[in-house]
Ligand binder design. Structure first.
Ligand code: BG6
Length: 486
């Protein structure tokens, strides 16, 4: 579907996210021929750059962020011709005139305001846009995570932004929902009859969702120190993956149909109690160690870190969903930085065989397991038992493997490319609704409060490991192991 003409305004245009993800994603879509010829991109920041100086700043790292293979100088130069830079103070509406001048004065034109800035600025910017008459009926606003620090601040953002934009104009982005494998999970669950009858407590023993990163906090210490893994990854990415895995079949892929079902999952998450807060949540922080054979410093020794910091870089949680479909099925969620591997996956483990007709005992059979891999590459793996060739009847585990980049040779689209196209088309399915956001905060809030009140220190773990031993114990108490630790 061709895009309507648009003006896109990127607040935080000179920032890290814009340079690394947003500009490269827009370039890729431009190169693919998706952007209308007159579409404009206006980057906004405090730094007093001219258009040419800003493009110079982009040029410095463009090839690095886009990648050699996807970079074409001619396509890049053509893309840069769309870019304007406007310097203003986002908190002060009286400085917005250069932005007004940079935009086309056409109320019918799609206008997108992408706020890649601190959430503390969201309300003020929306207010200023309204005050300066920039927020038209055809405007959309994109809010980058983190959407608040807790339930209270998230509610406040929703309320304030909601004074200027209707819910249908608000795109709360969680880039995990734009990942190919997450979309594929929808296709797998609702485009095949095979899985749906088994996708329930009668057949599924447990679900593990892991997002492990090898990278540390890098140059984002300022942000990370006030955030930590629970706010940075668990409240959003991991809970969204849990929702897509656990939700009931939606009526359609329409925005509200899907979001209604995700909301039901969030609202069915069993609330924490004092006992589950201490037993079912593990909080860790990386110490020095080796990642990919190279020595790396402890979190507390990273540049700009507080040497006594208690910010968690790892969190593991056992969650339960109180519904007919899922009662009694544990969902183990974990994420961490400086882990042993860079991977993101959802592991659905089926129940053990009820009885063996073979000489091998039923307990010697590995339970069937479906792995939905999001990273490093996207694919599916189904673990089955099969007969080993030759005489006799010995069964052994085998893997059915589907690598999507092998199966579909078409070029991949980055999550931000897909989500930006959806914003420009006005498709809200892959964006969080206000009630979903609040329900997710409501569930994690007791953990935040518990850590604050108990002064709960993170457990140290060695960089390059799978996190604190307590995370293995968390799942071990239920007689299970994380897939990577089997
Ligand atoms: C971001 C977090 O939302 O997701 C980062 O703020 C994290 O801390 C990143 O590194 C992970 O995203 P991806 O797509 O690289 O797995």
């Amino acid at each position: 579907m061709a895009l309507n003409d648009f003006d896109l305004v990127l607040f935080g245009g000179g920032g890290d996210l814009s340079m690394r993800k947003l500009i490269p994603a827009l370039y890729a879509r431009d190169r693919a021929g998706d952007l209308p010829p007159a579409a404009k991109i206006v980057c906004v920041g405090r730094h007093p750059w001219s258009d040419a100086e800003f493009v110079d700043a982009l040029n410095a790292n463009a090839r690095l962020h886009i990648g050699d293979k996807a970079f074409s100088q001619a396509a890049w130069d053509k893309f840069c011709a769309r870019i304007r830079y406007v310097s203003l103070d986002a908190t002060d509406a009286t400085t917005y005139q250069p932005l007004i001048d940079a935009l086309r004065n056409d109320a019918k034109l799609t206008r997108v305001f992408y706020l890649a800035v601190s959430p503390t600025l969201f309300a003020q910017i929306c207010h200023n846009l309204a005050e300066r008459g920039l927020a038209t009926d055809n405007s959309r606003v994109v809010l980058e995570k983190p959407l608040g620090r807790d339930l209270e601040s998230a509610k406040q953002i929703n309320q304030e932004v909601g004074r200027v934009f209707k819910e249908s104009q608000i795109f709360r982005i969680d880039h995990y929902l734009g990942k190919e494998a997450v979309q594929n999970l929808l296709a797998l669950r609702f485009g095949n009859v095979l899985f749906e009858p088994l996708w329930r407590r009668e057949w599924i023993s447990d679900v593990q969702i892991t997002i492990a990163e090898e990278i540390g906090v890098g140059n984002r210490m300022g942000y990370y120190e006030t955030s930590g893994a629970l706010r940075d990854m668990m409240q959003n990415h991991l809970l969204q993956l849990l929702c897509i895995t656990a939700m009931e079949p939606p009526l359609s892929v329409g925005a509200d149909a899907v979001r209604d079902e995700k909301l039901k999952v969030l609202r069915s998450l069993k609330p924490f109690t004092p006992t589950t807060l201490s037993r079912n949540v593990v909080r860790g922080q990386y110490r020095s160690g080796h990642v990919e054979g190279k020595p790396v410093p402890a979190y507390r020794q990273e540049e700009g870190a507080d040497p006594d910091s208690n910010t968690e870089t790892f969190v593991a949680v056992k969650a339960e969903i109180d519904t007919w479909r899922w009662a009694g099925v544990p969902f183990y969620l974990r994420t961490g930085k400086r882990m042993a591997d860079q991977l993101a996956e959802i592991v659905v483990r089926f129940k053990s065989l009820p009885h063996s007709i073979f000489a091998q005992s039923a307990s010697s059979f590995l339970p069937n397991c479906l792995v939905i891999r999001l990273q490093p590459d996207d694919g599916l793996q189904l673990n089955l038992m099969a007969k080993t060739p030759g005489d006799g009847m010995r069964l052994k585990p085998v893997e059915l493997e589907l690598d999507f980049s092998e199966t579909f040779k078409t070029p991949r689209m980055d999550a931000y490319e897909r989500l930006l196209l959806d914003v420009l088309r006005g498709h809200l399915t892959l964006f969080m609704r206000s009630d979903e956001l609040e329900a997710a905060w409501e569930w994690v809030e007791p953990v935040l409060r518990y850590w604050e009140q108990e002064g709960n220190e993170p457990i140290p773990y060695t960089s390059g490991s799978w996190g604190p031993a307590a995370a293995s114990a968390l799942i071990g108490r239920d007689g299970l192991q994380w897939r990577e630790e089997v």
